[in-house]
Design a protein around this ligand. Structure first.
Ligand code: PLP
Length: 390
């Protein structure tokens, strides 16, 4: 048991989910159809959003949202460097300027004050990131955006099931969830864009499938009417039903999934108190419900006796998986080497992001883990740190 590999994550798929996917495979209709429609309805019900569009990934959702909002050359988009690079890549590919905002060192989330300092007449969009399963402090961010007439898209890739002030993340504005294999609810690959803006929803629905005129999902034929015509050039970002169906049972079990993650995280947080230099992130001070997507710790070499990369290697030698969420985008080769030339401005100084980028490590966390698994990780961390003590 101690020798078997403990991964960073495992999808929370049960036999019923797998049977449901097999039933779709046997049904004769395996691509976008009734299961997508149900997934979209379920996400609306869970979040209170009025429109949900299922897509092949959250990255696809970000791409379409940027295009649908008309973001392009000359526009500035404020988002953290401490995010998954897909967001920065999509901004760069539209020709707009990614403006990296600093994060709070305790929660690794950005704040309205940090965003406000970066606003210029060219700022068109803010993409704040709900981090590791905690909710951003949304009220000040929306107040700021409204004051300046700037749009917000919440990156909620980590936050399906999280709450802010008693409301589910996604209940206002525009928001993107990821259903990638590592996320709390998964379709292997997938994402959902939600909004209360009918026109934006229609545009994204059109762009996700070749730019065909949006018509009602046809329940008889499981698809669009064959007469649908291109009204603008679009993409091929739809989600197949064999994927979409996997999420339906997970969404029904979402409270259970979140509770299992919460119990494991509580266990970790309690037991990490005894380990010098390996410290969990702080939970935000504002009213929220965490969905414990990632168990991120900071490895402080001066106290732990080793650095983050050494720790990941030492865990791997003990058959324990670990991850980095994230390597800051501003330190990655393309952005680091070309930012000034591309955008005719200096890379902002991001001391908290840079420091965190070298220290953060994600430990195994998934609902099927047991408290013995947590003890195994904690035991390994204790041994590793003790071995490195001077
Ligand atoms: C996973 C993730 C994404 C991208 O999701 P995909 O579905 O893989 O495209 C975007 N932002 C953050 C913060 C993520 O963790």
């Amino acid at each position: 048991m101690q020798n078997s590999f403990l991964p960073l994550c495992r999808p929370a798929l049960n036999d019923a989910d797998i049977d449901a996917a097999v039933a779709v495979l046997r049904s004769g209709w395996i691509t976008t159809g009734a299961k997508n429609a149900q997934l979209e309805q379920d996400i609306c019900r869970l979040t209170g959003a009025s429109h949900a569009i299922a897509l092949s990934s959250a990255t696809a959702g970000m791409h379409l949202a940027l295009l649908a909002l008309g973001i392009g050359p000359g526009d500035e988009v404020i988002t953290p460097s401490l995010t998954w690079v897909s967001t920065i890549n999509m901004i760069a590919l539209t020709g707009a300027t990614p403006v990296f905002v600093e994060v709070d060192p305790a929660t690794l989330m950005t704040t309205a004050e940090q965003i406000e300092a970066l606003i210029t007449p060219r700022t068109r969009l803010i993409i704040p990131v709900h981090f590791a399963g905690a909710s951003l402090d949304l009220d000040p961010i929306y107040a700021l955006a409204e004051r300046h007439g700037i749009t917000v898209i919440e990156d909620a890739a980590h936050a399906l099931g999280a709450q802010y002030k008693g409301q589910p993340v996604g209940y206002r504005g525009h928001c993107i969830f990821s259903l990638h294999a590592i996320k709390n609810v998964t379709t292997a690959e997938g994402g959902v864009f939600i909004t209360s803006d009918q026109a934006l929803a229609d545009r994204i629905r059109r762009l996700k499938f070749h730019g065909l005129a949006v018509d009602a999902f046809d329940r008889e034929t499981h698809g669009r009417t064959p007469q649908a015509e291109v009204v603008e050039p679009g993409f091929k970002y739809n989600l197949p039903d064999i994927s979409a169906v996997l999420a339906l049972g997970q969404l029904e079990r979402l409270e259970e999934i979140t509770a299992a993650r919460q119990a494991l995280a509580d266990d970790y947080i309690e037991k990490l108190r005894d380990i010098p230099g390996i410290t969990p992130l702080q939970d935000p001070a504002h009213d929220h419900e965490h969905c414990r997507h990632l168990m991120v710790v900071r490895v402080v070499p001066e106290k732990a006796g080793l650095d983050r990369n050494q720790l990941i290697e030492a865990l791997k030698a003990r058959q324990i998986g670990a991850g980095i969420h994230f390597l800051p985008a501003h330190l990655q080769k393309y952005y680091h080497d070309h930012y000034t030339a591309l955008y005719a401005r200096d890379m902002p100084s991001l001391p908290h992001t840079t420091l965190a980028g070298g220290q953060i490590c994600s430990l195994p966390l998934f609902p099927a883990m047991t408290s013995d698994d947590v003890d195994r990780v904690i035991g390994a961390l204790k041994t590793i740190v003790t071995q490195h003590e001077k």
